[in-house]
Design a protein around this ligand. Structure first.
Ligand SMILES: NC(=O)c1ccc[n+]([C@@H]2O[C@H](COP(=O)([O-])OP(=O)(O)OC[C@H]3O[C@@H](n4cnc5c(N)ncnc54)[C@H](OP(=O)(O)O)[C@@H]3O)[C@@H](O)[C@H]2O)c1
Length: 282
């Protein structure tokens, strides 16, 4: 059984590859990457695959039994065709199963909605592919908040527009574990899972970070408009809109969803405190 993982040079792809190596050995895992040299450290066969280039995937998916498609990073509209390149190449190569990393969220109500909508379209494309399939809807990663910690400490606060909304954070490590199981067991075929942990508010997130990092952060809520302006000034139009849209989504409850993690992974999702401790100690 050969399993291939796309975007293996990225952090989520790498996490899934590492978990698969533990489960089935490195000789059965293939990493596919737009930039192969960035994935060579994984110690598995690496094949070239840019989502814009269907021909590369026609080659990359030869002899592959199951493929994990990591959602792309481009503008929403481009992603649909990019993902279709991978699905089409999987069909022509006789790949038996496809697993797709989608996202939790609402399709209409926030500035993040266009991203969610394109993920839902790819979900449809995967379901209609004729291949066996499984889909995970990822929660928000907790890692970026911890990577941003120096800025939070400098400001003395976590400030965004999430208000009292709850977010069911996950981590790339937790996702890697669940996706390996979803690839390896046919029990998950035809299932769409919310891959999320326990929901917490931004105030609770600040308190947990304070507990682990011995910081003294407080949480300040600002309006969606003010936060969007601030983020666009710092990150530019595209990323600023996405980041503000994510917190707007949290404010309106889009990320406070029921978790299917245990069904997918066969164990409970780690608590936010445990994830933060592990990331600090890594
Ligand atoms: N749930 C969340 O909180 C959250 C947060 C951020 C992103 N995401 C989504 O999750 C996905 C994976 O996240 P991550 O943590 O692995 O991000 P990451 O570490 O930034 O990696 C992004 C990956 O996407 C690859 N990529 C970009 N454009 C590509 C293309 N045209 N063809 C093939 N590969 C391409 C990159 O390849 P190169 O190495 O060649 O650049 C890299 O491997 C993202 O793509 C995004 O859709 C989710």
């Amino acid at each position: 059984m050969k399993i291939a993982v796309t975007s293996a040079s990225g952090q989520l792809g790498a996490s899934i590859v590492k978990q698969l190596i533990k489960e089935i050995g490195k000789e059965n895992v293939i990493g596919i990457a737009r930039t192969p040299e960035k994935a060579s450290h994984l110690g598995v066969e690496i094949r070239k695959g840019d989502y814009n280039d269907r021909q590369q995937f026609e080659q990359a998916l030869k002899g592959v039994d199951a493929v994990l498609l990591v959602s792309g990073m481009d503008e929403p509209q481009k992603r649909i065709e990019q993902h279709r390149n991978v699905i089409a190449a999987a069909q022509t190569n006789g790949v038996r199963k496809i697993v797709y990393t989608s996202i939790v969220g609402d399709e209409t109500k926030s500035a993040f909605a266009p991203i969610v909508k394109t993920n839902r379209q790819t979900e449809e494309d995967v379901r209609e592919s004729g291949l066996q399939w499984a889909i995970g809807r990822n929660g928000i990663y907790i890692e970026p908040d911890l990577e941003y910690l120096d800025q939070y400490i400098k400001a003395g606060e976590i400030r965004n527009c999430a208000g009292e909304g709850k977010c069911s954070y996950t981590s790339r490590g937790e996702l890697g574990y669940a996706y390996a199981k979803m690839l390896l067991s046919d029990r998950h075929n035809g299932q769409t899972y919310n891959l999320v942990g326990q929901p917490i508010t931004q105030g609770e997130l600040a308190a947990l970070i304070n507990q682990v990092y011995k910081t003294d952060l407080v949480y300040h809520s600002v309006s969606v408009e003010d936060y969007e302006t601030e983020r666009k000034d710092e990150l530019g139009e595209f990323m600023g809109t996405i980041i503000a849209g994510i917190y707007e989504g949290i404010a309106i409850g889009s990320n406070d969803v029921f978790s299917d993690y245990e069904k997918a992974a066969g164990r409970v999702h780690k608590a936010p405190l445990e994830m933060i401790q592990e990331i600090k100690n890594a």
